[in-house]
Design a binder for this molecule. Structure first.
Ligand SMILES: [Zn+2]
Length: 214
């Protein structure tokens, strides 16, 4: 059994090599959300009884719960679950962590990459846990600035390292599809603590992630 996230599990059948997906959506919540999405589609001028739209409110209800599942997960617990005593005191970098989030102003996606580094101070964590922490905060309604700081704060307060650095580079569909319609504009945000406040350490990190940020 592989738990992909809080609402989906994949089980693998060794005998016939098949995969089975188990979804754990709350049926009452799903029905209520679907009901509201149906009303929204009607208000927007659609005929919700036509073939292509019959199941859409239900699909959107599931999709939104998937995209916003981060509210039900605790990133501190994830880091604590894989916190190991270790004397390593060099920079640990996890780069190019994919981000799929929703902007809280327009409920439109912003998509990009996060680069996270920390310098351990007695404790390290599993590298996949860093990516999980990024994902948990991204799977909530967000602004890129707050997402950046929340990842930094969570790692800083849980692992208490000598420093944390987070850089996020993302494209916002609310900028590309509406508003000023800038197609290739990338927004970069960064936040640092401790050792990364020093210019030399920060520059080493920026160089290692290969960002255009300087
Ligand atoms: Zn927006």
């Amino acid at each position: 059994m592989t738990i992909i996230n809080s609402i989906m599990e994949i089980s693998f059948n060794k005998e016939d090599g098949s995969y089975r997906k188990i979804e754990k959506y709350n049926p009452e919540k799903l029905a209520e959300l679907a009901h509201h999405y149906e009303k929204i589609l009607e208000l927007l001028g659609e005929n919700t009884q036509r073939e292509g739209l019959i199941k859409t409110p239900y699909r959107v209800a599931k999709s939104m719960q998937f995209l916003l599942q981060g509210y039900e997960m605790n990133p501190v617990e994830i880091l604590e679950s894989a916190k190991f005593k270790e004397d390593y005191r060099q920079m640990v970098i996890v780069k190019d962590i994919e981000i799929y989030s929703l902007c809280e102003h327009h409920l439109l996606p912003f998509i990009g990459k996060a680069h996270v580094a920390y310098i351990p101070n007695g404790y390290i964590t599993g590298l996949s846990k860093i990516a999980r922490v990024v994902d948990i905060f991204a799977r909530r309604l967000q602004v890129q600035e707050r997402l950046t700081s929340q990842i930094k704060d969570c790692i800083q307060s849980t692992l208490k390292p000598l420093g944390v650095a987070v850089v996020i580079e993302a494209q916002h569909l609310c900028m590309q599809m509406r508003g000023i319609q800038k197609q290739h504009c990338i927004t970069t945000t960064s936040d640092f603590t401790g050792a990364f406040e020093r210019v030399a350490t920060r520059e080493e990190f920026i160089k290692l992630i290969g960002s255009k940020l300087s």
